[in-house]
Ligand binder design. Structure first.
Ligand code: RFL
Ligand code: PHB
Length: 393
């Protein structure tokens, strides 16, 4: 027996779970298939910074309560380099909006709790997901659950299955254009149950990039740039703290409260875009269509803006018989995607140490940072992009 629904969603990460949540509020039924177990998805430590547009959207769809109680609202972030003082970038002053520290893990918990409350159809541990007939009026997908093959028929299929998912592969090579840039380093990230610094601090240092971030008043998140060949076994806690405090420099470094790490992982950095984000009745959203290096804190926010555009399109289609948002989805989403891709690439290039970098390149980076410190125009441009470009109407 096939399951029948309006929108079949592949992947229950933030993009897929949020899309099914918003559609449900609009009375549009959907079914979600997720490859991993619920605990596995909830155990992933990822993003931590929400743009204000993301915060407002989450509030609007009834997901704001815990976020507002536990999230930390910031008006500024800090940048340090060359052992100089701290550049405080006033995002609120320049861009007119603030941003929030709230872990993706917490948002994912909020999404699953909301899904439980409404009895949402999420099939976890769905193996071998394949999509079929995406250019027909009734595309369908198959998956295996407990050894049984299942089939879902839908009006639309949405691939929210991340960078390594199955949905993008269903778009023929003759249609799909991809753009990839891989950076020659990764980020080693740790979580520690220690009080964080008050503000987020980005550091450019000749030994490499570092970042001090946070999850809540008792939980800190820190990153250092490392070679891709490193493994977490190369990084004892002592080595990590020593490297982090050195890179944060003499003004900020001594303020770090160290303690045992409770999570440690290395992530590669890449920029990737797949165009178009629609083929027939298959749509792509979030990391399934694009990846940014985490330096600009944009990945989760882009997943949310894709879902905003797409859910608006489905509502216009089902409630008003109007397809112009669905038809414009790929172009509209990609305009915002490329804005964030460009910003994330720029900030990554500005703040990291590249293996083949010459002394000239290093001084040019420092000169650009000095310019940022001295020019309110440069600060305004950075603040506007960090705060997040507006959603198109
Ligand atoms: P996800 O979260 O990867 O979820 C995809 C889901 O699809 C499932 N899946 C499949 N399901 C069924 N069949 C298949 N064949 C499947 N293949 C995969 C997966 O199990 C998974 O559950 O994608 P989504 O929903 O698009 O969300 C994107 C965000 O997770 C990602 O962009 C951010 O985490 C990126 N990111 C950050 N973004 C921000 O906006 N602000 C930040 O501060 C920020 N920091 C970060 C980050 C990512 C990082 N890493 C680990 C790359 C920091 C780091 C270190
Ligand atoms: C995080 O808190 O995980 C974080 C913060 C800022 C970034 C990237 C990640 O740019």
């Amino acid at each position: 027996m096939a399951i029948s629904t309006r929108v079949a969603i592949i992947g229950a990460g933030p993009a897929g779970a949020l899309l099914s949540h918003i559609l449900d509020r609009a009375g549009i039924d959907s079914v979600v298939v997720e490859r991993s177990s619920r605990d596995h998805v909830l155990g992933r430590i990822r993003a931590g910074v929400l743009e204000w547009g993301t915060v407002e959207l989450l509030r609007e769809v009834g997901l704001g309560e815990r976020m507002d109680a536990e999230g930390h609202v910031h008006a500024v972030n800090n940048i340090v380099w060359s052992g100089r003082g701290v550049l405080t970038l006033d995002i609120e002053q320049h861009a007119g909006s603030r941003f929030m520290s709230y872990g993706q893990t917490n948002l994912q918990e909020d999404l699953y709790e909301a899904a439980d409350r409404r009895g949402a159809a999420i099939h976890f541990e769905a193996a071998d997901v394949e999509v079929h007939d995406v250019t027909s009026d009734r595309p369908w997908l198959t998956f295996t659950s407990d050894g049984e093959q299942e089939r879902i028929e839908a009006d639309y299929i949405v691939g929210c299955d991340g960078f390594h998912g199955a949905s993008r592969q269903a778009i023929p090579d003759t249609v799909l254009r991809t753009y990839l840039k891989e950076y020659p380093f990764g980020w080693l990230g740790i979580l520690s149950e220690t009080p964080p610094l008050e503000h987020i601090v980005y550091a450019h240092h000749e030994r490499g990039f570092a970042l001090a971030s946070q999850r809540n008043p008792r939980l800190s998140r820190y990153y250092v740039q490392c070679p891709l060949t490193d493994s977490i076994d190369d990084w004892s806690d002592d080595r990590f703290w020593s490297e982090l405090t050195t890179r944060l420099g003499p003004v900020v470094g001594p303020s770090i409260v160290t303690g045992p790490s409770i999570e440690k992982s290395i992530a590669p950095l890449r920029s990737f875009v797949a165009e178009p984000m629609r083929h027939g009745n298959l749509f792509l959203a979030g990391d399934a269509a694009h990846i940014v290096p985490p330096t600009g804190a944009k990945g989760l926010n882009l997943a949310v803006s894709d879902v905003f555009y797409l859910s608006r399109g489905f509502q216009a289609h089902y409630l008003d018989g109007d397809d112009h948002y669905l038809d414009g989805y790929s172009d509209m989403a990609l305009r915002r995607v490329w804005g964030s891709v460009r910003f994330s690439w720029w900030l990554t290039t500005l703040l990291h140490r590249f293996p083949d970098q010459t002394d000239f390149d290093l001084r040019a980076q420092e000169a650009e940072l000095d310019y940022l410190a001295s020019s309110t125009h440069a600060q305004a441009a950075m603040a506007e992009q960090y705060a997040g470009l507006p959603f198109e109407s």
